[in-house]
Design a protein around this ligand. Structure first.
Ligand code: GLC
Length: 499
């Protein structure tokens, strides 16, 4: 009877059952006892992971909550208090394929800071990266003063131009700055707040383009042309849009997570003009900052948020993106070991160190390579531990893919209803290490979006260097479309707004 119970649990609840554990046999020599012990362990693992499993009904509900928050963010007055900022980008058109020229691009906000020289080639419909360079941003600069940060950026740009023999040219520059900014115009962009580990003083509330231009002036030995500010989601959409003109959504699942899409101007209440469309940077990472996701946050999500440098900010992102997934797994491993479910109850010093379990380990473990990771973490494991660790990684990454799917379904459904369509066919440009590197993430995301938005058919294009090339593309499109609109004055009053 006991054996039957164990088999049932291992098959139904755990794709990689823990039955046959060597250490369980060691701890509990009698086979009858060991069976009970395995059952006990399975129930314990299940208990920990249960809150991470979200039903399709819950995901549907989360998708609807995001839709409501998107409407709030678009409202002329309600946006002030909206957790999902829905920022107008002043990108009014996707590429039409006639753009051309040489551009510089800066890309700040992912894993690295990069400088690029990009050529947009009209004849071949290609965006070519002529050359690029990565500049490390030391931790002390990430959390130092704004002036230090922008001087560092301008110095890296200067060195790059020197090496490329471009110092005498004045090239237009696309600046991919992947943080929430209130864009006033294509070249005026006020940082709302830092996210993803950056926290430089004196930048929030200031125009980032201005700060860049001042820093270039301080360098004194080169000049830059017109500047266009871009969020990485927008860059990704635009770079895919040159190849596929039906690309109307850009999505990032990397260090952070976010998406942009083309919204009808008549719904963008904060910008003058009723006709056409404008790209909206949703900043969906902030979903839940008003407590609306409290019911699905686990104790581990709460802990990751509490120990971050910006508690209470970007709650959705902290359940999904590369900056945080590894830490969620680490906290689960520590707790399960302390509760003697894993690693014979022995927590290593390394495992106790915050940040020690990198998000890339999740992909590696799901690919099946454990040994080096666990031994570098100072752990001693049994076969049962390996299976449990695999299961933990799989559960955390699946939840991330499913939550992204719920958010993407909200965006796709919105585009469809905006246009009064029974069925929407559109393309999503995607970038980010979690999406690209994890073995099953993309498949899981696609299959869940399909379930949550059955009236939308989404084609995914993985962007290569979207942030860099896309910034050049935005600059090119902006040059094509000279006329820009302006933000309408707004107030802080509450007002019921519906779209
Ligand atoms: C964070 C930023 C957002 C960016 C995303 C992906 O959520 O706030 O602007 O697009 O990370 O890099």
């Amino acid at each position: 009877m006991c054996v039957l119970v164990v088999l049932y649990l291992s098959v139904s609840t755990f794709p990689v059952g823990l039955v046959g554990s060597g250490w369980v046999q060691t701890l509990c020599p009698s086979s009858r006892l060991s069976v009970h012990y395995v059952t006990f362990c399975l129930i314990q693992v299940k208990r920990f992971l249960e809150p991470f499993r979200l039903s399709q009904k819950t995901l549907q509900d989360i998708s609807s909550r995001l839709t409501q928050d998107m409407i709030k963010g678009l409202g002329r007055h309600s946006h002030h208090k909206a957790p999902v900022k829905m920022l107008p980008t002043f990108v009014r058109a996707t590429p039409d394929g006639t753009e051309k020229g040489d551009f510089l691009a800066l890309d700040l906000g992912g894993t690295n800071f990069r400088v690029l020289h990009v050529r947009v080639n009209e004849d071949e419909k290609s965006v070519l990266k002529m050359d690029s360079e990565i500049c490390a941003i030391p931790q002390e600069i990430m959390t130092g003063t704004g002036e230090q940060l922008f001087d560092h950026i301008a110095a890296c740009l200067g060195t790059f131009l020197e090496k490329q023999g471009l110092k005498e040219q004045v090239l237009p520059l696309g600046f991919t700055f992947s943080f929430p900014c209130e864009q006033k115009e294509i070249d005026k962009s006020i940082l709302i707040r830092w996210t993803k580990g950056f926290n430089c003083s004196g930048v929030e509330g200031r125009d980032v383009v201005q700060l860049l231009k001042e820093a270039v002036r301080r360098q004194g030995d080169y000049e830059i042309g017109t500047v266009a500010m871009v969020n990485d989601t927008v860059g990704t959409m635009m770079s895919c849009g040159y190849r596929d003109q039906s690309c109307e959504i850009g999505m990032i699942i990397g260090t952070g997570t976010n998406a942009c899409y083309m919204e009808e101007m008549c719904n963008v209440k904060r910008v003058e003009g009723e006709g056409g469309r404008m790209c909206i940077n949703t900043e969906w990472g902030g979903f839940g900052d008003d407590g609306s996701l409290r019911d699905i946050q686990t104790q581990f999500d709460l802990e990751v948020d509490r120990s971050s440098i910006n508690p209470g900010v970007h709650i959705f992102e902290k359940m999904i993106s590369g900056m945080y997934l590894g830490e969620i797994v680490r906290l689960l491993l520590v707790k399960m070991t302390e509760d003697k479910i894993l690693f014979s109850g022995k927590v290593s010093e390394k495992l106790r160190t915050s940040g020690a379990f990198l998000t890339k380990f999740i992909s590696e473990i799901e690919h099946g390579s454990f040994q080096r990771i666990l031994s570098d973490l100072g752990l001693q494991w049994s076969t049962a531990d390996l299976r449990a660790v695999h299961l933990i990684c799989d559960t955390v990454s699946s939840r991330s893919a499913q939550l992204c799917a719920a958010a993407l379904a909200a965006v796709a459904n919105r585009i469809r209803t905006n246009r009064g369509l029974d069925h929407l066919d559109t393309t999503v440009g995607v970038d980010g290490t979690v999406f690209k590197k994890h073995p099953t993430f993309s498949a899981e995301l696609r299959s869940m979006v399909h379930k949550l938005a059955p009236k939308c058919t989404l084609k995914f294009i993985v962007s290569e260097d979207g942030s860099g090339k896309g910034a050049a593309m935005v600059t090119a499109v902006a040059q094509r479309i000279a006329a820009q609109s302006h933000l309408i004055d707004d107030s802080d009053e509450d007002e019921l707004e519906e779209n």
